[in-house]
Write a protein that binds this ligand. Structure first.
Ligand SMILES: *[C@@H]1O[C@H](CO)[C@@H](O)[C@H](O)[C@H]1NC(C)=O
Ligand SMILES: *[C@@H]1O[C@H](CO)[C@@H](O)[C@H](O)[C@H]1NC(C)=O
Ligand SMILES: *[C@@H]1O[C@H](CO)[C@@H](O)[C@H](O)[C@H]1NC(C)=O
Length: 392
């Protein structure tokens, strides 16, 4: 993980030297100036894609509006920079949304799950249906509630069974209500993931409390065919791809970044004076104590703005500065670093450098993006933002 981290740092440093936003053709110029081949550039981009768990960038087409549910979810879990607000909000690290492919006039739906990786563990699957108002002509009715049931369609010939559908979820819903209704259908999606061919879709049946089939004019759900895109039936999958952080990530909910957009006050004080008195100079000829500095990773510069919905980029921060003797508590030294700085100061052993200024707390970021099949995905990536720096 630290290797990945270092890569992001070094790569992003190239992109965003001294945090100024470079011009559009900066990457190209930069690499030719250094006489680096196009191969190096594409290898770097490929490696960065791997950090984001992808082999190739998703195809970018003229994109639709992302579902409001996914935008709201993103804004709930992430701040404006994409940094996770509360690491406990999501159970897994991936949320995928799918639109119905059947677009039938019947209350039947089918979702194509081919973009879900085999390795992804399905934690919860939800069918989101938008209930429309009953048509005015039938709005005077003796019923107040209806029973809405969601069935998984089965291939009875193949499974050697008699029933053609299996009940997944059922609920009483007020007839005059309007808005989103959510049904849990996890079992069915797990079955479809295990055997893609078994995915024959879902059927929704509405009955009176007495059990008789209800007039579909009275209880209507928006369909992908005849209603606005914002009301389309949707499958929402909460999954986990098993990618986990190294140990650095803060798991204390009270320890989320206070204001990640603001650069931290440098850990200066006495340390900075002692740093100068030791006449330590970094490559810019400026003496700085170990501190966190901005490092903006701009997805547009990388050429990813076509498929990433949010954020446009994020501040990864980077750690820079010296860790000279004596290391104050504001330098957040490990005991090992303290001893190393003492050995260095006493020159007891040859070739022992001062400790390094590195991230000692990392936060995750969230990406909202379109996948190859134009489904909107929210994914959380651990260890992407330096929360603080220390001497190690
Ligand atoms: C880049 O390197 C190649 C050899 O690898 C050389 O032929 C070429 O002149 C170099 N270009 C520049 C601009 O230095
Ligand atoms: C699902 O989508 C993939 C890729 O878009 C396609 O290749 C496949 O045929 C689709 N499956 C079904 C059952 O429509
Ligand atoms: C289907 O069930 C019948 C009896 O219930 C049995 O004789 C037959 O072998 C089964 N076929 C398969 C393919 O399991």
């Amino acid at each position: 993980m630290s290797e990945i981290w270092l890569f992001v740092i070094s790569f992003a440093t190239l992109l965003c030297a001294t945090a100024a936003r470079p011009p559009h053709n900066y990457l190209e110029n930069h690499f030719t100036a250094e006489n680096e081949s196009e191969e190096v550039r594409s290898a770097a981009i490929k490696r960065l894609l791997e950090v984001f768990g992808m082999e190739d960038p998703p195809l970018t087409r003229g994109h639709k509006q992302p579902p409001q549910y996914m935008l709201d979810l993103y804004n709930t879990v992430a701040d404006v920079n994409g940094v996770t607000k509360d690491p406990y909000l999501l159970e897994g690290n991936t949320v995928r949304s799918f639109f119905d492919k059947l677009r039938s006039e019947q209350v039947e739906f089918r979702f194509n799950l081919s973009t879900v990786a085999r390795s992804e563990k399905v934690l919860t699957a939800e069918l989101h249906l938008f209930k429309l108002r009953p048509q005015a002509s039938v709005s005077f009715n003796r019923h107040h509630f209806c029973q809405v049931s969601v069935y998984q369609l089965l291939d009875s010939s193949k499974l050697n069974i008699t029933q053609e559908k299996k009940l997944l979820s059922s609920r009483l819903i007020p007839i005059h209500s309007t808005g989103w209704e959510v049904f849990t259908i996890t079992q069915a999606v797990r079955a479809w993931m295990a055997d893609e061919g078994s995915n024959l879709g879902l059927q929704v049946v509405v009955r009176t409390l007495g059990g008789s089939q209800m007039d579909m004019k009275l209880v209507r759900f928006a369909s992908g065919r005849s209603h606005h895109q914002s009301k389309q039936p949707m499958l929402v999958l909460f999954t986990d791809d098993g990618r986990r952080s190294a140990t650095l990530e803060s798991k204390d909910p009270n320890d989320t970044p206070a204001s990640p957009s603001l650069p931290q006050v440098p850990m200066a004080g006495g340390a900075s004076r002692s740093a100068r008195s030791l006449d330590y100079s970094d490559e810019d000829g400026v003496s700085l104590p170990c501190q966190r500095l901005p490092l903006y990773v701009d997805f547009e510069e990388i050429g990813w703005s076509g498929w990433i919905v949010s954020p446009r980029g994020y501040n990864a921060y980077h750690c820079k500065g010296s860790c000279p003797f004596p290391l104050g508590q504001n330098m957040r030294p490990t005991n090992h670093a303290t001893v190393q700085s003492i050995i260095n100061a006493l020159k007891l052993t040859k070739g022992i450098e001062t400790p390094c200024c590195v991230p000692d707390k990392l936060f995750s970021i969230n990406l909202l993006y379109f996948d190859d099949d134009e489904n909107v995905v929210l994914k959380q990536y651990d260890d992407m933002v330096a929360g603080s720096c220390g001497c190690q």
